[in-house]
Design a protein around this ligand. Structure first.
Ligand SMILES: *Cc1c(COP(=O)(O)O)cnc(C)c1O
Length: 383
């Protein structure tokens, strides 16, 4: 038996929802997509949702909607999936990394304040910063948003891992601390569409831009056409967009999954509490949410004493069929980013964090017995 670090949970209702679409007239651009988008704005209490074929696409059109271009800088966290940084490069912009808190792996507000002060003096402030809610634990968004306001910088929160989490008594994705919020519906995330993502915003103009960008830059609203005014069949491509559309199968699955989101998060919290209680007596530290927040517990991450111990633990876990993972190799360490000129030790706190972390299995279908099994291997290795 093997135990993955994360996995989707599907039921008959999900399967029926997808089958209903297959039996219907519209496989794409039907009623499921707007229904899913509406449900997401209702859940997060945000205004507008633009669902697309992945969170990567959502990050890309979010950067474009905020006007990120060749002259701009975008800053993100080095401890993330590469998509958080790649989205800026798709726009021709330059990427830079703000170091993390060495205990949590999340963007460090002090490091951000320092870097913004220097950039301000040198007149090279970023246009956008992309904090990442690692593990589904929100970043300290009040402090990050205050800094962003102070320097006139926009925020895209990469909440790919944090659907269902809360921060300061509002749902992550509410738009209270970010211009645009991104969620992913990849199978390991809080809910799944197989592949999918969404960008949420309170700004009608940004939402409209992102809607056009996901569909080739094509406008069909008669009132907004610039050139082909009178013909009833008229549509216009007004700028260069993409086909990033989410199809009806994906939207129907997402809508069905969303009904069980709170149950999924409840189970994740329950398992996290179990890990918390049994790991307390072991020489490891859990990566925990900040006090003001409730996590979606996307990843159960622990820090061990040394890089050597991490490697030994990784190998032993895999030998027992427990597919632990490491999230993440700092983005700037990838050869592509090294070729852009980043040094191997670019963010010292991210390096230290990366050396010690390991992600244990945690997903809604996992049983306490399976968690006990993980802990018993962990105990055997560490003691
Ligand atoms: C999963 C993830 C993404 C990418 O999501 P896709 O839907 O696979 O494109 C981006 N950023 C973070 C932090 C993620 O965890």
């Amino acid at each position: 038996m093997t135990l993955p670090y994360g996995k989707q949970q599907l039921n008959q209702q999900d399967i029926d929802a997808v089958l209903n679409v297959l039996h219907s007239d519209f496989l794409t651009q039907g009623s499921q997509l707007p229904a899913f988008e509406q449900a997401l704005t209702a859940y997060t209490a945000n205004e507008f949702a633009v669902a697309v074929n992945s969170a990567t696409s959502a990050l890309h059109i979010a950067c474009m909607a905020l006007g990120v271009g060749a002259e701009d800088y975008v800053w993100t966290s080095p401890i993330t999936f590469v998509a958080s940084a790649n989205c800026a490069l798709y726009c021709g912009a330059k990427v830079d990394f703000v170091d993390v808190d060495p205990m949590t792996g999340r963007m460090c507000p002090e490091a951000l304040a320092e870097k913004l002060a220097i950039a301000s003096q040198q007149a090279c402030l970023p246009k956008v910063i992309i904090p990442v809610h690692l593990c589904g634990h929100s970043c300290d968004m009040q402090r990050i948003a205050t800094l962003a306001r102070q320097y006139g910088v926009r925020i895209i929160e990469d909440a790919s891992q944090a659907l269902g989490a809360s921060y300061a008594n509002t749902k992550v994705g509410s738009g209270d601390y970010a211009d645009i919020s991104i969620f992913s519906f990849h199978p390991v995330k809080s809910i799944t569409c197989a592949e999918g993502g969404v960008a949420l915003t309170k700004d009608a103009e940004l939402a409209n831009k992102m809607r056009l960008l996901r569909n080739h830059g094509i406008c069909r609203e008669q009132a907004e056409l610039e050139y082909f005014e009178s013909e009833p069949w008229a549509y216009e491509q007004q700028f260069l967009g993409f086909n990033y559309r989410m199809n009806e199968l994906q939207a129907a699955l997402g809508l069905s999954q969303l009904q069980r989101l709170d149950k999924f998060i409840e189970k994740r919290c329950y398992l996290a509490q179990f890990y918390q209680s049994v790991l307390a007596s072991l020489p490891v530290q859990m990566v925990n949410p900040c006090p003001k927040s409730d996590s979606s517990w996307h990843l159960l991450m622990i820090r061990v004493a040394t890089a050597g111990m991490r490697r030994y633990l990784f190998d032993e876990m895999h030998r027992h069929g427990i597919k632990v993972q490491v999230h993440y190799i700092p983005v700037y360490r990838h050869p592509f980013y090294q070729n852009l000129g980043f040094t191997a030790n670019y963010c010292p706190a991210a390096e230290a964090f990366y050396q010690q972390i390991i992600t244990l299995p945690l997903f809604p279908e996992m049983s306490i017995e399976q968690a006990e099994q993980v802990v018993s291997v962990l105990e055997a290795v560490l003691t």
